[in-house]
Design a protein around this ligand. Sequence first.
Ligand SMILES: CC(C)(COP(=O)(O)OP(=O)(O)OC[C@H]1O[C@@H](n2cnc3c(N)ncnc32)[C@H](O)[C@@H]1OP(=O)(O)O)[C@@H](O)C(=O)NCCC(=O)NCCS
Length: 186
Amino acid sequence: MSVALPIRTASLILRPFAESDFEDIAAQMGDAGVTRYLYWGPRTREESRIAFEKRMTGNVIAPGVDYIALVIADAATGRFAGEVSLMHMANPHRNGEIGYILHPDFHGRGVATEAATAMRDIAFRELGLHRLTAGCDDRNTGSWRVMEKLGMRREAHFVRNEFVKGEWTGGIIYAMLDEEWRALQA
Ligand SMILES: CC(C)(COP(=O)(O)OP(=O)(O)OC[C@H]1O[C@@H](n2cnc3c(N)ncnc32)[C@H](O)[C@@H]1OP(=O)(O)O)[C@@H](O)C(=O)NCCC(=O)NCCS
């Protein structure tokens, strides 16, 4: 059974992407600050269009669906605040991955934590995930702090292991198991 959309949290609405979101997502993907610690970007408009089309297809939350991408909108104003995604959800080991990228106007307000918490709960409660992971560049403190606020454990710190955007960078992996999620709810 699919999860009804949109999802409402205390101050956010998580909803499927619509054509009218393209300018906002293109601005976000084209921002050098936003993409500083990502593998990709800043993206051109054309590159953003390709990535946007993929998001337009990830609009159903249901068991067996591999990729889900939702717009994070500010509930008070309706403004586009970023995106949150679940990936690899259909893998046979029931391991999935969560990701989040915020529009620069919405950094540092708890938005990523609030949106990702709602998606974490759906991943375990509705989709029956066994393990949820998240990863980031080891210099991306804001990102791994969100993972910690979700109750995830740091499982790995790879030291200067990848050559990204012209330099050796390290990576951090966090994870949470279904039993850890249940203990957190109790
Ligand atoms: C990383 C990102 C998602 C954080 O989102 P956010 O909504 O600003 O995060 P929150 O406000 O929920 O903050 C979570 C924690 O991280 C801390 N934090 C947020 N940004 C930070 C930064 N730039 N430096 C240090 N700490 C930061 C917050 O203080 C908070 O911790 P606290 O409660 O202990 O104070 C956002 O900055 C972003 O979209 N960055 C660009 C894209 C990106 O890197 N995405 C992650 C890909 S792995």
